[in-house]
Design a protein around this ligand. Structure first.
Ligand code: PEP
Length: 251
């Protein structure tokens, strides 16, 4: 049985004080986690204080990005080893905002995934179609191709450690949420793709999260779908109670 994962992507929000306070408030809700795994992904610079605020709690720390090289002259970049040093367990890779605003291609994401997997980090790899692609009936082709490109060359052992996040771009931060049927259909499609690229065992263990305007009031329905194994939460992860209500729906 796949353990549900609820991960909060704080994006470029919070500040030093509010980041630690938010992390503490999420950790204080640990009694509500049940069997759910919970993680928060603050901006890089707040990883140390958020890590300190989470000390001793079951909430995992994650980053929102990394570079694939281990070290060197790459101004402004952060390596997997640095994230581990800062206490991270997870790293979000290939978020649609990285793809859209920073030009990250599947090949770029793939290099990052492979680098993350050389370490104990769990990559949360995002895929998702644009509204125009959905309207043109291309959703399946787009997400399958992103999955294949972003996860190219992974061994069976490596793919088992990956978390996939299906995030329809038109649902991110827009308040528009995919219906459960729409989301479940894509999750099933992704799982079948994993089965055909690897095998049924892999397809059965890889977690596929949904992301895109997940809120307390739609989480239970989404998370009750058989192939939705958790949520990647943006806006609603910035208020502890909202985020914990989504965790409630997962346990
Ligand atoms: C996200 O950015 O990963 C996300 C899902 O954002 P929101 O929940 O705000 O739509």
């Amino acid at each position: 049985m796949r353990t549900p994962l609820i991960a909060g992507n704080w994006k470029m929000n919070t500040d030093g004080k509010s980041a630690a306070a938010l992390a503490k408030a999420v950790a204080a809700g640990a009694a509500r986690f049940g069997r759910a795994e919970v993680a928060v992904c603050p901006p890089f610079v707040y990883l140390p204080e958020v890590g300190a605020a989470l000390a001793g709690s079951p909430v995992g720390l994650g980053a929102q990005n990394m570079y694939h090289e281990p070290s060197g002259a790459f101004t402004g970049e952060v390596s997997a080893a640095m994230l581990l040093d800062a206490g991270c367990r997870y790293v979000i890779l290939g978020h649609s905002e990285r793809r859209q605003f920073f030009g990250e291609s599947d090949a770029v994401v793939n290099r990052k995934v492979l680098a993350a997997l050389k370490t104990p980090l769990t990559p949360i790899v995002c895929v998702g179609e644009l509204l125009a692609q959905r309207e043109a009936g291309q959703t399946s082709d787009v997400v399958r191709s992103q999955l294949a490109g972003s996860l190219a060359g992974l061994s069976e052992e490596q793919i088992r450690r990956v978390v996939v996040a299906y995030e329809p771009v038109w649902a991110i931060g827009t308040g528009k949420v995919a219906t459960v049927d729409e989301a479940e259909a894509v999750h099933l499609d992704l799982r079948k793709t994993l089965e055909s690229r690897y095998n049924a065992g892999v397809a059965a263990v890889v977690r596929i999260l949904y992301g895109g305007s997940v809120k307390a009031d739609n989480a239970s329905q989404l998370l009750s779908a058989p192939n939705i194994d958790g949520a990647l939460v943006g806006g609603a992860s910035l208020k502890a109670e909202d985020f914990l209500s989504i965790v409630d729906a997962a346990r």
